[in-house]
Ligand binder design. Structure first.
Ligand SMILES: [Zn+2]
Ligand SMILES: [Zn+2]
Length: 137
C-alpha cells in the first residue's frame, strides 16, 4: 500500500487524498499551495509539512458500521448459543480492528497520513493536547 496524504484544503475546504511524494503540495481543486514535504522518512520528527505543528496522534480507519453489524450478529445468536456467541463475535470484532492500520493525524491542521511508517512513540488522541490546537480548527 502506497503512503497517501489526505486533508481538507484550508482555503476551499475540499477534501483530497494525494499520493505521498517529496516536494510541493497544492490543492487539486483551487491550486492553493499547501507546503513542502522535505523528507518522507522522518516526516513525524520534522513536523507537519503543512503547518507549524510537530505533534501527531494515531487513529484507526475502522469501519464502525461493520463493527456494529458483527456485534449485532453476536446478539442474534444468543438464544441458540446460550450467550457464547457474544464473546465469539466480540473476538471477530477485535481481530478486524487489529488488522486495520493506524492513520497518523496532525493535531493542528488535521492532515491524515495513511500507510506511513510512524515512530512507536506516537499515541492515540490526547484531549489535553487537542485542546491546545482547538483554536486552529
Ligand atoms: Zn483548495
Ligand atoms: Zn499540520
Amino acid at each position: 500500500m502506497k503512503p497517501t496524504i489526505g486533508r481538507h484544503c484550508p482555503k476551499c475546504n475540499y477534501f483530497s487524498s494525494l499520493e505521498a511524494h517529496q516536494g510541493n503540495y497544492s490543492c487539486p481543486n483551487c491550486t492553493q499551495h499547501w507546503g513542502k514535504l522535505e523528507n518522507l522518512d522522518n516526516l513525524f520528527d520534522e513536523g507537519c509539512p503543512f503547518c507549524p505543528c510537530r505533534q501527531f496522534y494515531l487513529s484507526k480507519n475502522f469501519n464502525q458500521a461493520l463493527g456494529c453489524a458483527v456485534m449485532f450478529l453476536g446478539i442474534i445468536f444468543v438464544p441458540w448459543t446460550y450467550g457464547l456467541s457474544l464473546p465469539f463475535f466480540w473476538l471477530i470484532d477485535l481481530v478486524l480492528y487489529k488488522r486495520v492500520k493506524s492513520i497518523v493525524n496532525c493535531y493542528r491542521c488535521g492532515t491524515e497520513f495513511h500507510n506511513f511508517n510512524y515512530p512507536k512513540r506516537l499515541k492515540t488522541f490526547m484531549h489535553h493536547i487537542g485542546l491546545k490546537y482547538d483554536k486552529y480548527r
